[in-house]
Design a binder for this molecule. Structure first.
Ligand SMILES: Cc1cc2nc3c(=O)[nH]c(=O)nc-3n(C[C@H](O)[C@H](O)[C@H](O)COP(=O)(O)O)c2cc1C
Length: 270
């Protein structure tokens, strides 16, 4: 996995009606068996077929293969899910697939039935996999416009130094410049970009700026999933930049707004 794949990924909702070769599906199955979560929370995947499993999404055209993921309700589950499912999304991108995270615009009941969801489990999201059509449907183009999917918040609104009072300029980000650029390119539910990040010497603290009403029973807190995606992008870029570190959870006690929750810290090692 590398930052070029992160740069190349964009949500795809319009697909060619082109079957996926069995050999490619075997690679996907193999990958999914070895995809591991963060903070020791496992995620289970299922590969589903629209016709055989009765699953569908009103925003997807031309594709009927889906990958769904689920977890057992527990601490850090959403974060782990975001991290591990985004790794799969990037793997799928690297082998030429289009993908799109879908949490809201799916026939949720049908998907939950197809993955045999138990009462103590959550299936936050699914993605179709397949080959992107040459042109987006009108519906998809309108969705992208509505959510401003091609743009991201300015660097200084997302990244801070020492405290939330001190916005960080991209030119001052030093070793964190590439990892932060990759966090900024991350997909997020309705492109809300809830990731907020504070640097402090050899540490980078991640926070979730919550949008009211986004934490639901059926999906869990979907913006925590967005934070897991950000951690995934950050780690890939940090590794590529030769940094060695790991994620821990140790709240530094930095003053944050009431709607902003501490999630995790990346700490440089060695
Ligand atoms: C957790 C999550 C849930 C999402 N749910 C949906 C969804 O239900 N329907 C949809 O069409 N797109 C969904 N998206 C895709 C976002 O709208 C998209 O990532 C965002 O607009 C940025 O566009 P990009 O992925 O092309 O960079 C979701 C994305 C994430 C990360």
């Amino acid at each position: 996995m590398n930052t070029e794949i992160i740069r190349n990924r964009k949500s795809v909702r319009t697909y060619k009606e082109q079957p996926i070769p069995e050999q490619t599906m075997n690679r996907v199955r193999d990958y999914l068996e070895h995809d591991t979560g963060l903070f020791e929370v496992p995620v289970a995947f299922s590969i589903l077929n629209a016709r055989e499993d009765g699953v569908s999404s009103p925003v997807i055209l031309g594709e009927d293969t889906y990958v769904a993921g689920k977890y057992k309700k527990q601490k850090n589950a959403e974060i782990s899910f975001g991290y591990v499912f985004e790794k799969f999304i990037l793997y799928a991108t690297s082998i030429g697939f289009g993908t799109v995270w879908l949490a809201a615009t799916i026939d949720r009941k049908a998907f939950e039935k197809a993955v045999h969801l138990k009462e103590d489990e959550v299936m936050p999201a699914v993605t179709p996999i397949g080959y992107a059509a040459d042109k987006r449907s009108i519906c998809e183009s309108m969705m992208r416009k509505g959510m401003k999917s091609d743009s991201r918040l300015p660097f200084e609104e997302l990244f801070f130094h020492g405290s939330f009072q001190n916005p960080l300029n991209e030119s001052d980000a030093d070793i964190w410049q590439l990892p932060f650029e990759m966090v900024r390119l991350a997909p997020s539910a309705t492109n809300k970009q809830p990731w907020r990040v504070v640097t402090e010497k050899d540490r980078v603290h991640f926070y979730e700026k919550k949008t009211k009403g986004y934490a639901k029973e059926a999906t869990g807190d979907i913006q925590k999933v967005d934070l897991g995606i950000a951690l995934c992008h950050f780690e890939i870029a940090a590794e590529e930049g030769g940094l060695k570190g790991k994620f821990i959870q140790s709240d530094p006690g930095i003053t944050a707004a009431e709607d902003t929750e501490y999630i995790a810290t990346y700490i440089l090692e060695g």
